[in-house]
Design a protein around this ligand. Structure first.
Ligand code: MCN
Ligand code: CUN
Length: 792
């Protein structure tokens, strides 16, 4: 595989400016809210002010009388269409509009369609809802109390807030390992509720064409094909009369995977009014009612020998899923991929159990660059390893080096049954330590500690689990997780690639052109990438779980290879030789041994569309497709080191340095990969230090604006120092692994480990995220200043 580092005109892999930036940098992107169809109406959602209340009555008469209002929709009206409740992605139902009760603050209660956005919002004020307020439960632990109010009394026979019990690993073997271990460390920790908070909120424009009865839904979705099929299945709409378009998307981060009530309401609004209807959330609606992430209460235990060989890992989780179990993950995985929690270590036995509970909070759980809960899994194991290092008084880098899986152990089957494809872990950690100057940093820390200054060094090593399917294991409501790609070379040698996945900022228009370029030799600027439109792209499950490169990227590579295979036959017909007499040189076929006689891809493309006679059974034109069902996930990994300073007077944490070594196999475009990593690292600093969606006892969401939900800016982030190792995936046709969520998954524990390391002189063993000054200050009050606890 060649890599071209030429910015101007590369063929194949290498640094190349993003094609899509030509419009983004000029402010010419085309987002859902930019769409203004003739005659378009505007919808607005009335939301519940209460976390838990019975709806006694809804009076819409005044709103209906508003001169600019065209329709007012309630749950009662949706019931007549059989759309008040829709199936969730995880064996539950979700209310589109509340009928019996509201179950979280911000839940959808009614929908107004009006001539303009302002009138729609004004008319919301005219709707009279008579609520009987009920006691809410926002604490996952209290939700399981016997006398806790039952949130889901819509489910026949439901008498508690319990959703599911699920476990993985060998409990007996783990118990035995723990019983015989020299040292066992226990630690409770919370991964708090956070929100992906994409720059663009969610929205849709729906239009039912009254002539041909075709419904087009422009929406902020990461998975247009899956949405179309689910609309067809749930609403009974004919799928060939449905078109889902996701135009430019201003960040998804998992927030735009599921189907939100607003999308359905825009569709119903258009069907009722026979006009296009736009619905766009505002920021508070996005933060209050769309998919959140985490909310995992974890009880971890780690067992080791006295000299620091990790033997076993155990975790018991209480998973707060909010009012509806609506997490967007492969349907057979109620806890997502959490059971990959043994991480990057070679240990004997492991067991995890997860209990899901309902609370009066917005539903969700899997969003925010999470790889289906690998985020929580990595946090758990990386904090546990650091806790063990603390107890053993061992350097956390040394402890990791001692326990990391070794290259010769791959392919490796984890104690909970995951088959890691490839890895060279110690090399990545060593590289990160070299970039950081780890040993020097420890010396500096010791000197600072002697002066009472608080400096911390935190390490995290993660293994990511990305690229879902294979479809025999993974599906979304029965739709197998495979993806399609079509490559068509035009007569003049330019090409179009049609993808089932959808970019929300990841740069697919560039990297997928580079994949096809790498295989065919056609320059990437001559390859157009089409995505995000079900009428113009092959079926597939969409972009999340960093699956585009592992799955759709493989489909693109294979389709492109099929094009090259066909090009050989066409070239042989043109050159009047046997196909075997030709030799491939990226972008052209030559007669073996004579480079002066050959045909370029452009010549071959013209030939394929021309008059040359092709062998019996070979059709004209130059195109191919592939539906790729991955044989396994890919397992990218990385070693992260964070250096922080904590102000002893104010307890404020400053991230001084952050070193990230990522291994995602070969990099299609190193610049884009670095961008993905930079963004994820900022996410990690945000979650570790400032982001949290908290609730008061009445169930009021305390993070419903960017004044309250803090996200990091460049001021909180250092200049990232990145490095790379390259361990190809043995089963991907180009060796590629995904990377889109790696840094978000891997970085929070590095920051937290650094802060706890800085606080070691205070005897602090753990503090939950976000490590705000208040939180750090509290932790520091636990014990007087001591230097003997410091890891040397
Ligand atoms: N890439 C590469 N070489 C590799 C692997 C990836 O050049 N070896 C490139 C890819 O071609 C792609 C990008 O890196 O352009 C990310 O690829 P991949 O890891 O396959 O992830 P996806 O494209 O499937 O993106 C999804 C992932 C997820 S799940 C979240 S959440 C997230 C993330 O991407 N959301 C994002 N990164 C985001 N970046 C932006 N700007 N916006 C989001 O919403
Ligand atoms: Cu979990 S967030 Mo991404 O998989 O869309």
């Amino acid at each position: 595989m060649t890599t071209t580092e030429n910015q101007a005109n590369p063929i194949g892999f290498g640094r190349m400016l993003r094609k899509e930036d030509a419009r983004f940098l000029r402010g010419k992107g085309n987002y859902v809210d930019d769409l203004n169809l003739p005659g378009m109406l505007h919808g607005a959602v009335l939301r519940s002010p209460y976390a838990h209340a019975r709806i006694k009555s809804i009076d819409i008469s005044a709103a209906q009388a508003h001169p600019k209002v065209k329709a007012v929709i309630t749950g009662e009206i949706l019931e007549t269409l059989n759309l008040a409740w829709i199936p969730s992605l995880s064996h539950d139902v979700v209310a589109v509009l509340a009928t019996d009760k509201v179950r979280f603050q911000g839940q959808e209660v009614a929908f107004v369609v009006a001539e303009d956005r302002y009138s729609a919002r004004d008319a919301l004020e005219l709707i009279e809802v008579d609520y009987e307020v009920l006691p809410p439960v926002v604490d996952a632990k209290k939700a399981l109390d016997k006398d806790a109010p039952v949130i889901r009394d819509d489910i026949a026979g439901k008498v508690d807030n319990f959703i599911f019990d699920w476990e993985s690993g060998d409990k007996a073997a783990t118990d035995e390992v723990f019983a015989n271990a020299a040292i066992v460390v226990n630690q409770d920790m919370l991964y708090p509720r956070v929100h992906p908070a994409p720059m663009e909120t969610c929205g849709a424009v729906a239009y039912m064409d009254p002539i041909d009865q075709k419904l087009t839904i422009y929406s902020t979705t990461q998975a247009p094909h899956a949405h179309r099929t689910l609309y067809a299945l749930v609403a009974g709409l004919p799928e060939h009369k449905l078109r889902v378009v996701s135009p430019d998307i201003g960040g998804g981060f998992g927030n735009k995977v599921g189907i939100y009530p607003g999308y359905v309401l825009a569709i119903v609004g258009s069907i009722l009014t026979k006009r296009p209807v736009k619905w766009m959330e505002d920021r508070s609606e996005n933060l209050m009612s769309t998919s959140f992430a985490r909310d995992y209460h974890m009880k971890g235990s780690i067992a080791a020998s006295a000299d620091g060989k990790i033997l076993g890992l155990r975790v018991d989780v209480l998973a707060d899923h909010g009012a509806f179990n609506n997490t967007a993950q492969p349907t057979k995985f109620p806890a997502g991929f959490f059971h990959v929690f043994t991480g990057s270590y070679d240990l004997m036995a492991a067991h995890c159990s997860v209990r899901g509970v309902y609370t009066n909070k917005a539903p969700g759980g899997v969003a925010y660059a999470c790889s289906f809960r690998v985020t929580e899994a990595v946090y758990l194991v990386e904090r546990m390893v650091d806790r063990l290092a603390q107890e053993l008084k061992m350097d956390p880098a040394e402890l990791r080096m001692k326990n990391l899986l070794r290259p010769e152990q791959f392919p490796y089957t984890s104690p909970t049954g995951w088959e890691y494809d490839s890895g060279e872990y110690p090399r990545a950690l060593r590289l990160a330590m070299d970039i950081a100057g780890y040993e020097e940093l420890r010396k500096e820390q010791a000197q600072k500690r002697a002066k009472g200054e608080l400096m911390g060094i935190g390490i995290s090593f993660f293994t990511e689990t990305v690229g879902a399917g294979p479809k025999r294991h993974m599906d979304i409501l029965g739709l197998g997780m495979a993806d399609g790609c079509e490559v068509r070379v035009h007569p003049t040698g330019k090409a179009v690639v049609r993808l089932s996945v959808q970019s929300q900022g990841q740069g697919h228009e560039t990297t997928f052109a580079q994949i096809v370029s790498e295989v065919t030799g056609i320059p990437p600027e001559d390859i157009d990438v089409v995505h995000g439109d079900t009428d113009n792209t092959p079926f597939g499950l969409g972009t999340y779980g960093s699956r585009s490169t592992p799955v759709s990227g493989a489909a693109a590579a294979i389709a492109a290879r099929r094009v090259v295979d066909k090009a050989r036959i066409v070239a042989s017909a043109m050159l009047e030789c046997a196909p075997e007499d030709l030799e491939w040189e990226k972008g052209r076929f030559n007669i073996k041994g004579d480079k002066s006689v050959g045909k370029t891809m452009a010549e071959i493309a013209l030939g394929a569309h021309g008059t040359v006679e092709l062998p019996e059974g070979v059709e004209g034109h130059l195109n191919a497709e592939c539906v790729y069902d991955p044989p396994n996930l890919t397992y990218p990994f990385g070693a992260y080191i964070c250096v922080v300073d904590v102000d002893p007077a104010t307890a404020k944490v400053s991230v001084r340095r952050f070193i990230a070594v990522d291994d995602c196999g070969p990099r299609i475009n190193p610049m884009i990969v670095e961008g993905q990593v930079h963004g994820g690292l900022a996410d990690g600093v945000g979650m570790a230090l400032m982001e949290v969606i908290a609730f008061d006892e009445d169930g009021n969401n305390l993070g419903a604006s960017f004044m309250d939900y803090l996200i990091p800016t460049s001021l909180e982030c250092p200049s990232w120092e990145t490095g790379a190792t390259v361990t190809p995936s043995p089963h991907h046709p180009l060796g590629l692994k995904g990377v889109g969520e790696s840094a978000t998954v891997g970085s929070p524990p590095a920051v937290v480990n650094a802060v706890i390391d800085a606080l070691a002189p205070y005897g602090v063993k753990h503090a939950d995220m976000p490590l705000t000054p208040a939180q750090v200050w509290q932790a520091m009050q636990g014990a007087p200043y001591r230097t003997d606890l410091a890891i040397q």
